[in-house]
Design a protein around this ligand. Structure first.
Ligand SMILES: Cc1ncc(CN)c(N)n1
Length: 220
């Protein structure tokens, strides 16, 4: 049976929609967002991104060891560079809202997501599994924030920059490159690795939903 990211998106459509069309995203899109929720998301996501960087670095290390396509390294390196910009953006955005990014207490939801990222950084986790997870993590943000930039969206002007970070064409292309790598790896993977990759895909979606819930103050 053919296995690809697209078949899993269809198979797990309810949870995929749950992650990419979350009420928090709807609230940004229709302009009803409680700005305290946005600020909670901003500060917790800043902490998340600082943990996400070593995870992406670990995927890069796996690519160096396991990939037979040298383009993978360039794509992942560009992703790392954009995370550098992302960290700067969080600092600027926090200053815009008069927020401090030092001394924030990580939420339980965030800490759980970090533990999941750490589990994926283990050398025993295959490049295929880690790449599928990386694609899913980035794709949820791309799909979510692109939705807030559609023509009929009423996204508040002061939140548009945040949406453009992940909703841009450039970020969509990066996600597409990750998806192509992941699909290529899945085509060659054993059933065992495919099973683990599918489980990682679903877990990313669950973690992302919990992250949005936490941003809305509906989870710790
Ligand atoms: C929780 C979460 N997921 C994904 C992304 C996109 N890098 C993010 N910044 N934060």
């Amino acid at each position: 049976m053919e296995v690809s990211i697209e078949t899993w998106v269809k198979k797990h459509d309810l949870i995929y929609i749950g992650a990419t069309r979350h009420p928090f995203i709807h609230s940004i899109r229709d302009g009803s967002v409680d700005i305290n929720n946005y600020k909670r998301w901003l500060s917790q996501d800043y902490l998340f991104v600082r943990k996400f960087v070593p995870f992406v670095a670990s995927v890069l290390v796996k690519a160096c060891k396991e990939s037979d396509d040298e383009n993978d390294m360039e794509i992942l390196l560009a992703g790392m560079a954009s995370l550098n910009d992302e960290i700067d953006w969080f600092k600027k955005e926090a200053a815009k809202w008069d927020m401090q990014l030092t001394g924030i207490t990580p939420s339980k939801t965030n800490q759980k997501y970090w533990r999941f990222l750490e589990s994926l950084m283990h050398p025993d986790v295959s490049y295929t599994v880690a790449m599928v997870a990386l694609w899913a993590i980035e794709a949820v943000y791309q799909q979510s924030f692109a939705h807030c930039l559609e023509e009929d969206a009423k996204t508040p002007s002061e939140l548009r920059e945040a949406c453009e970070r992940w909703g841009s064409q450039e970020f969509a292309q990066y996600c597409d490159s990750l998806k192509k790598i992941a699909n290529g790896l899945l085509a060659k993977a054993s059933n065992d690795v495919r099973g683990k990759a599918e489980a990682a895909f679903v877990e990313v979606l669950e973690e992302e939903i919990e992250f949005w819930n936490m941003s809305e103050g509906r989870a710790k």
